[in-house]
Design a protein. Structure first.
Length: 256
């Protein structure tokens, strides 16, 4: 997410920002989907992180609107030129979810396009239960055409009541259930951190709380962070990758 400079929106030709995008979210997040999908990652004029907190709501809202217009245009272009009626997965994180949850509401929820949706991974921002008319949160691992969402924190940490990374639906990305039962460490398939080619041994369990996800870990992360926002995907990379494969298989076998 853009966090430097004085402009409200990013320049899609900013080489430094593009390098950060390619070495972080594309490398550690989008890669979880490439075993089952063709991955499309559009660049957009993302809003500055201060747009979430600024008292100048007129400028902040305009920045978000400009960013969303790019995302919506990219999605339309994908549908017109690449989709060709195939099933698709919608995946996002952080500010991307700010836009993807709106995109799902305006272009997928209750629309014919919903019949092509395998699943939506709307991670790192709250998605409230009343946002959609027909698109529902996934209740079980074998449910398709639904959405999953979570916001990760260290077990025992209670976010501030006004924290923006809190609230809404949370699905446990280890069990893929919408309940409060903690997962077993053996169900965690592995984590990817800085070294992309090194699979971390299973060390995690997760439990849905009121509006967020508690993560219990015995690795160094628990000593460095309390808010796991930047590693929402990394922590569960192998579980996500398996889930994508299973969801795709279920969709193809049930729908076609």
């Amino acid at each position: 997410m853009l966090n430097k400079g004085k402009h409200w929106n990013a320049d899609v030709y900013d080489t430094n920002l593009n390098h950060r995008i390619e070495t972080m979210p594309i490398r550690y997040q989008a890669s979880a989907f490439n075993g089952s999908c063709r991955v499309y990652v559009p660049r957009y004029r993302q809003a500055h992180i201060n747009a979430y907190y600024s008292k100048d709501r007129r400028s902040a809202d305009a920045a978000f609107e400009l960013a969303y217009s790019d995302v919506a245009a990219a999605f339309d272009y994908y549908l017109q030129h690449y989709n060709q009626g195939r099933p698709f997965i919608l995946a996002s994180h952080s500010q991307g979810t700010t836009h993807a949850r709106r995109l799902a509401k305006e272009k997928i929820d209750g629309k014919p396009l919903a019949q092509q949706l395998v699943a939506a991974y709307l991670v790192g921002m709250p998605v409230i239960d009343t946002l959609y008319q027909q698109l529902r949160p996934c209740e079980t691992p074998d449910q398709i055409g639904c959405f999953v969402s979570w916001m990760s924190y260290k077990q025992g940490y209670e976010p501030r009541p006004d924290a923006i990374l809190q609230g809404g639906i949370n699905i446990n990305p280890i069990t893929w259930r919408h309940d409060t039962e903690p997962s077993e460490p053996k169900a965690h398939l592995g984590t990817i951190l800085r070294k992309f080619d090194k699979k971390r041994r299973p060390t995690l369990s997760a439990q849905v709380r009121d509006g967020y996800l508690w993560v219990k870990s015995n690795n160094f992360l628990s000593k460095l962070f309390r808010d796991y926002h930047i590693v929402d995907y990394n922590l569960f990379w192998y579980n996500i990758r398996q889930h994508v494969a299973e969801q795709t298989h279920l969709f193809l076998n049930k729908k076609y």
